[in-house]
Design a protein around this ligand. Structure first.
Ligand SMILES: [Zn+2]
Length: 151
């Protein structure tokens, strides 16, 4: 099973549970949107505009896409974050079900590798933020991989 299939199986299970628990409709539109997001961006952030492009040929309304993104956040499948501190533009990413993630991503070929760094892990775990209880973290480090660097 590749990473995307694994992620899709996990989040679609979580999604079905959420829809049942909240009495919301399990529609083809909502499931297609979730699948397209997994296929296109299982790692890293994406914008609602990108999601609209990924489902463009389906003819879903913009409202359906935004509505589904809101529900995916409510279901804790996605995180919503600001594009930058002063921006009003919102971005999304997978919440990864509470596991810590540290990944290096090549900005040229898109290659993603999981990495471990116990010094950084311990550093994050030891941080105290006022009125904030630490949960889990995702850390993405962008750069150029060895292969692309040689080209
Ligand atoms: Zn590369």
């Amino acid at each position: 099973m590749n990473n995307k299939e694994g992620l899709y199986n996990r989040v679609s299970h979580q999604w079905q549970k959420f829809l049942r628990a909240t009495g919301k409709m399990d529609t083809k539109e909502r499931n297609t949107i979730l699948r397209r997001i997994v296929e296109n961006k299982s790692i890293g952030t994406f914008s609602p505009t990108e999601v609209l492009e990924w489902v463009a040929e389906e003819g879903f309304s913009t409202a359906t896409v935004y509505n589904t993104l809101n529900l995916l956040v409510e279901a804790r499948i996605l995180h919503r974050l600001r594009q930058s501190v002063n921006s009003t533009k919102m971005m999304y990413e997978f919440a990864h079900g509470g596991t810590n993630h540290m990944q290096i991503i090549c900005t040229r070929c898109g290659r993603v590798s999981n990495v471990r760094d116990s010094a950084i892990h311990h550093n994050i775990q030891s941080k105290l933020y006022q009125n904030f209880k630490l949960g889990h973290y995702s850390l993405y480090i962008y750069g150029v991989c060895e292969k692309c660097n040689k080209k």
